[in-house]
Design a protein around this ligand. Structure first.
Ligand SMILES: [Zn+2]
Length: 182
């Protein structure tokens, strides 16, 4: 979905605000009810980490990219899962999709496998984002990722099919610690 003259994020007033639970500081789309406390998540950022979490959704792509790097590669902030998932679910533009997919791969939370798989297998999504999703699934691993990547090998997009094959090699080449533990 590209609109002429629209800014990178599509230009629409898409609700992309991240807020926090006033009690447990869970990160959530603004106004969503906290699953732990039952309170609406409407609190603003309180510290530097929370400001960075909000910056993931910034329309300034350099700042967003920096925030993703810091929160996933350096400090491994588990709350980054929510804004990164929002990038994948609320965009059709390549840059935020790639950023979200890479960030979820670096974060390594296996709960990201379904949302990454939907992106990977959606032939209507930009292929660069789908390649990024394949790579992220390769580093996350697990049964869900494995299944989606096997399916993506049959994509008519050769770049996506190739990326899926590379990611499968990464998964299959990794010792299956969780499975073969006994
Ligand atoms: Zn809470």
């Amino acid at each position: 979905m590209y609109r002429d003259g629209a800014p990178l994020y599509g230009g629409g007033p898409v609700d992309m605000n991240l807020s926090f639970c006033p009690s447990c500081r869970r990160a959530a789309p603004d106004g969503e009810i906290c699953l732990s406390c039952g309170l609406p998540c409407t609190a603003d950022a309180q510290d530097y980490t929370e400001m960075l979490l909000q910056t993931i959704l910034s329309e300034e792509t350099n700042r967003a990219g920096m925030a993703v790097d810091v929160l996933t590669k350096w400090v491994h902030e588990p709350r980054a899962f929510v804004p990164l998932t929002m990038l994948l679910e609320r965009n059709s533009d390549p840059f935020p999709l790639v950023l979200g997919a890479r960030g979820l791969g670096w974060l390594g939370n296996p709960e990201a496998a379904p949302v990454l798989s939907f992106l990977l297998l959606d032939e209507a999504k930009p292929y660069v984002a789908r390649v990024a999703a394949a790579e992220a699934l390769g580093s996350i691993g697990g049964e869900f990722a494995h299944h989606a990547l096997k399916q993506a090998k049959g994509s008519p997009r050769s770049s996506v099919a190739d990326a899926a094959m590379r990611a499968l090699k990464v998964i299959e080449g990794t010792p299956k610690i969780a499975v073969d533990h006994d």
